[in-house]
Each structure stands twice: as C-alpha cells, then as structure tokens.
Design a protein around this ligand. Sequence first.
Ligand SMILES: [Zn+2]
Length: 213
Amino acid sequence: MANAKINEDLVRERKNATFDVVELTNLLDGNKEKTNRRKELGKGLNIMFCWIPGHSGIIGNEMADKAARRPATVVDNFVPLCDALQAVKNQLTKKWQRTWDEQNQNKLHDIQPMVKPLKNCALNRKQSVVLNRLRIGHTRLTHKFLLLSEPPPTCTRCQCILSVKHILVHCPNFDIHKRNRFGGNICLKDLLGEIPHPNLFHFLHDIGIYELI
Ligand SMILES: [Zn+2]
C-alpha cells in the first residue's frame, strides 16, 4: 500500500531488528553453540532463517485481518417497506383463501370462490341492491317469512324450500327463460360472480321476480 502508515511498535521493532542471517539463525536456535550442534547433527544440511515482513502496521491489511477474525460478516439485507408489506399481505391472503376454501357450504362460496374484491359494475341503485341480495342469498321473496313469522315459502312445482339458487339454477319452471337468456343452464358464479351476466336482470323480469327481490 503506497501511503501505508507504519505504527510505532513496528518502527521500534524494526529499529532493533537484525538482518544478519547468522545472527538470526543463532537467535532462533537459542545460541551459537546450539546452532553448531544442530549443524553437526544435520550432517551437512544448512538451515538458514530470514525475516519476512508481516501484515502488522499496514492499515489495509490490518483491516482485512480484523474483518476475517469477525465471527460472521454482517450482511446488509435491506428490504424496502413496500416489499415487506406486500409479502405480509400475500401471506394473509393465502391464509384467508385456505379458510374460505373450507367454507364450501357458504352461499357466497359458489359465487366468489376466490378471496379478492368484486369489480364495480355500471349498475343503478336498484340493480345494485338486487345483485347484492342475490349474491348473499337473502331476498324479500325467499326470506320475508322471517319477519312475518311464517313458514318458509316453497316452490309450487318442486315442493322444496324456495332459495335463490333453486330459482336461478335448479328449478325447471324457468328452463325456457334460461335457454332464452343464457343459452341453457348456468351456474351461480357465471350469473352473479365477479362480472354478473349481462342478461341477469332481463331474466329476472322475464320470470316476474325482479320487483320481489
Ligand atoms: Zn322449483
């Protein structure tokens, strides 16, 4: 490093250091006699010691050593707030969907099996009321008996308790009208789902219940 700052300990150490190979060898062996004895035992092998500068005192190298000695390098895992919120929202939606998947006896489940907002449709006030009542399955026609403390109404043809699903999907009384408006039988999701069928209100007028919803 070109501008490396040498620390004071290293300056002092280098000042007292020797670069004499014989002196270094004697020092590392212990003393001159021990060096001579080792050479005798080495049978001609000549081992020499020399000094090689270490990392000490060089700022960049000391920083690298310090970083390497850290138990773990800290990784900056920055996540933008909007991404974190979106992840939480996704997890909650998945959990909500799993709960909703188990509610398959719920009237709304047939109409909206996915947990997501219904789209706004260009409907007038009356049409919006009719559509929402059909979606939740509670209409004046099928549920006014609760207010009047009467028995529930039944289909005059099928003799079953009258329900929105029966009227719109199952009752054969309206097969001709369903063929005319929908081309045949149709499910609740296609009738009342995210985008209601464009002929829904025509059909309700045809069978005479639009004003009874
Ligand atoms: Zn019926």
